[in-house]
Design a protein around this ligand. Structure first.
Ligand SMILES: Nc1ncnc2c1ncn2[C@@H]1O[C@H](COP(=O)(O)OP(=O)(O)O)[C@@H](O)[C@H]1O
Ligand SMILES: [Mg+2]
Length: 204
């Protein structure tokens, strides 16, 4: 089938590109590692027919997934926009928590790479989507909850009042919906923040 490349997404480990074909627009994700490809495919299979907003798998072969194109902007862009206006969009963060909790319920796995580029929010339909499932674990919800809040605080400019407010709200929502002790969750999130900042420093 004829295929026209429309763009490349930011991807550190793999390659993800948007293409136009006769049958429509699709995202083609090619993995660097076979293991990661198999893991992501396993999760997509577990999510099939579940009511969790995510891409559909059109084809899977040779370390490559062909996915339906999701609408919306990633949450790094959403957060930047909120920083500009100074108004937190609470609905986005409520949907993020609900999505991560539902992901655990439906798959039995937790998503551990919860950087905010792995979530898209569509302003028109108010739908939130998750993607990038190659790193999933079997631990409890403490890790993704603490880490996603740490990610919220550490995008530049780091730890603004708005980011701290959103992070606190997210942690409180997780503590309530997963029956976790709030104090342990806040402590774990501080540990995750230190880890994210150290990793970033080492990369430069
Ligand atoms: N189905 C999709 N629809 C729209 N955008 C997507 C889709 N899949 C991936 N992307 C975009 O591509 C980027 C990289 O994809 P991702 O699966 O996160 O790869 P990586 O493992 O390299 O981080 C995402 O941050 C997102 O912006
Ligand atoms: Mg990603």
């Amino acid at each position: 089938m004829a295929e026209k490349m429309l763009g490349k997404y930011k991807s550190r480990r793999n390659s993800a590109r948007l293409v136009q074909t006769d049958a429509g627009r699709f995202v083609i994700k090619t993995f660097a590692q076979e293991e990661s490809f198999q893991k992501e495919l396993q999760i997509y299979r577990l999510l099939q027919d579940k009511e969790l907003p995510c891409a559909g798998v059109i084809a899977a072969d040779d370390k490559t997934l062909v996915l339906t194109e999701l609408p919306g902007r990633n949450l790094v862009e959403c957060l930047q926009q909120q920083e500009k206006t100074g108004v937190p969009a609470w609905e986005v963060w409520e949907k993020l928590v609900a999505w991560l909790v539902a992901f655990h319920r439906h798959t039995g796995f937790v998503m551990t790479d919860v950087n905010l580029r792995n979530f898209l929010f569509d302003d028109k339909t108010k739908m939130l989507y998750g993607l990038d499932f190659e790193e999933c674990g079997t631990c409890n919800m403490m890790l993704p909850a603490a880490r996603v809040a740490a990610f919220i605080r550490t995008y530049k400019p780091e730890n603004t009042v708005l980011k701290q407010e959103i992070s606190q709200y997210v942690l409180e929502l997780f503590a309530r919906s997963c029956e976790m002790e709030a104090e342990s969750l806040f402590l774990e999130s501080a540990r995750q923040e230190a880890e994210i900042l150290a990793r970033r420093k080492n990369r430069i």
